[in-house]
Design a protein around this ligand. Structure first.
Ligand code: ADP
Ligand code: MG
Ligand code: MG
Length: 253
């Protein structure tokens, strides 16, 4: 699904290398998690995948189902099936949540050569999905994320994800700032989207999210590289022992 090969990235402004050879292959239907200390480059990886300005790829490649996404504009990446949920979801004053979603869904369908969803069909689908995420009618009408609490923003992002039906979903610290109930809702929303044709990359600082969204593969990132890959047990090991041993091991290798 997603193949990252020897990815090197630097900040455009500072000539500072941040990613120093990331290799990652995510198969269809799998959930991969990335954990790692603060400042290891996890968010940078998600920004680069989304096509955000300010980063320069100096080496390596990223393909989604065999297509080079680094050459694509952010909208083209989305149309190709990539979805990113960020730690700090953006607010869009003046644009109603439902209007925004309907525009996004129809743009996506157009890019995929599908007909627009009718207003009635859209309403039916969004109401159904919003209900499971406990997003009420009022939240659907308000401007996107404006005045939403942290938990509401995260749930709203999962709603966007559910509506867009992406193939590759990337969640960067979706759990940060969430209380236990909100984390459960978000996790249930993600789990409901798990499917043989859809993959996930879950970036998290804490193991607890992975109690709810069970990963198939866990990677540890440090200093701009993936230093260890394992099964779900690796997350438990980190929770218990911290990163120090793994860093030392990688440094010695
Ligand atoms: P993580 O998400 O793992 O905590 P980040 O990707 O946010 O790590 O950051 C990796 C490193 O790159 C950090 O040292 C951070 O300070 C630096 N960095 C990332 N983006 C910028 C930026 N726009 N300006 C300056 N430094 C940055
Ligand atoms: Mg950080
Ligand atoms: Mg981060």
């Amino acid at each position: 699904m997603l193949e990252i090969k020897n990815l090197h990235v630097k900040l455009e402004a500072e000539d500072k290398a941040i990613l120093k050879g990331v290799d990652l292959t995510i198969e269809p239907g799998k959930v991969h998690a990335i954990m790692g200390p603060n400042g290891s480059g996890k968010s940078t990886l998600s920004y680069v995948l989304s096509g955000r300005d300010g980063y320069e790829v100096t080496e390596g490649s990223v393909t989604l189902e065999g297509e080079d996404i680094l050459e694509m504009e952010p909208e083209e990446r989305a149309a190709a099936g990539l979805f990113l949920a960020f730690q700090y979801p953006v607010e869009i004053p003046g644009v109603g949540n439902m209007t925004f979603l309907r525009t996004a869904v129809n743009a996506q369908r157009k890019a995929r050569g599908q007909d627009e969803m009718s207003a009635a069909e859209f309403l039916k689908v969004i109401r159904e999905k919003a209900k499971t995420l406990q997003i009420d009618a009022d939240m659907l009408k308000r401007p996107v994320n404006v005045g939403f609490s942290g938990g509401e923003k995260k749930r709203n992002e999962i709603l966007q994800m559910a509506m867009l039906e992406p193939k590759m979903c990337i969640l960067d610290e979706t759990d940060s700032g969430l209380d236990v109930d909100a984390m459960k809702l978000v996790s249930e929303g993600v789990n409901a989207l798990r499917d043989a044709g859809r993959s996930f990359l879950v970036i998290t600082h804490y193991q607890r999210l992975l109690d709810h969204i069970k990963p198939d593969v866990v990677h540890i990132m440090a200093e701009g590289r993936i230093i260890k890959t394992g099964g779900p047990d690796l997350a438990l090991e980190v929770e218990k022992n911290g990163y120090a041993d793994l860093l030392a091991e990688a440094g010695a290798a």
